[in-house]
Design a protein around this ligand. Structure first.
Ligand code: PRP
Ligand code: URA
Length: 208
């Protein structure tokens, strides 16, 4: 079974309080989602393998460590886009794949409308990114697609989850570690996380 990691770092919790607040404007919301993306990346990547290389400093030759494998970031559109710059600022060599999914409002089932992965995905450490883990349907579907593309080393990086979403994801993909800032109380009858932060895509892009 993959692990479920929760970030209780004060800076991250502080930023979570900002994005939960319904009075936070679009610009501030987007900045804080991105900053959470950067901050969680340190822990998400803590166990990445490194390889040794020789580097010439201005003074001498020395042995350094660099990432042994590529990292591929796969945001689930739209809301996943909100964390990409923050993660990419910390891992600038990462390639970025995209998967477009929206939840059918009635059935809550994810509908795929876009897919583009870099060829490196097969051997890379893949970070599937979506701030919201609600029913878990989108994360499960996205990871199904990432695995179909050949990826074997996959982590899910989100912000707000709930017990239902964590259960669905760990059941469907027990090999995938899950990183979240909060596991909230529950889902409401419309499939929204309670207390959550509302519709993340709409709040990121000002569409409501
Ligand atoms: C939201 C959110 C997640 C998904 C989570 O996307 O961004 O992708 O719902 O819900 P789930 O765990 O129940 O699948 P939405 O369908 O609203 O699309 P959007 O990001 O384009 O707004
Ligand atoms: N998607 C969101 O953006 N928010 C939720 O609470 C659930 C799904």
């Amino acid at each position: 079974m993959g692990k479920v990691v929760l970030f209780n770092h004060p800076l991250i919790q502080h930023k979570l309080s900002i994005i939960r607040n319904k009075n936070t404007d679009t610009k501030t919301f987007r900045e804080n989602v991105n900053e959470i993306g950067s901050l969680v990346t340190f822990e998400v990547t803590r166990d990445l393998l490194t390889k040794k290389i020789e580097v010439e400093t201005p003074v001498a030759s020395t042995t350094c460590e660099v990432l042994a494998k590529e990292v591929v970031i796969v945001p689930i559109l739209r809301a996943g886009l909100g964390m990409v710059d923050g993660i990419h600022n910390v891992i600038p060599t990462a390639k970025i794949g995209h998967i477009g999914l929206y939840r059918d409002e009635e059935t809550l089932q994810p509908q795929e409308y876009y897919l583009k992965f870099p060829k490196e995905i097969i051997d890379a450490t893949v970070l599937v990114v979506d701030p919201m883990l609600a029913t878990g349907g989108s994360a499960v579907a996205a990871i199904n697609r990432v695995k179909k593309a050949g990826a074997k080393d996959i982590r899910f990086v989100g912000i707000v989850g709930c017990p239902e979403g964590v259960k669905a994801l760990t059941t469907a993909h027990p090999d995938v570690d899950i990183y979240l800032v909060s596991i909230d109380e529950k889902l409401n009858e419309h499939g929204y996380i309670v207390p959550g932060l509302g519709d993340c895509g709409d709040r990121l892009f000002g569409t409501k």
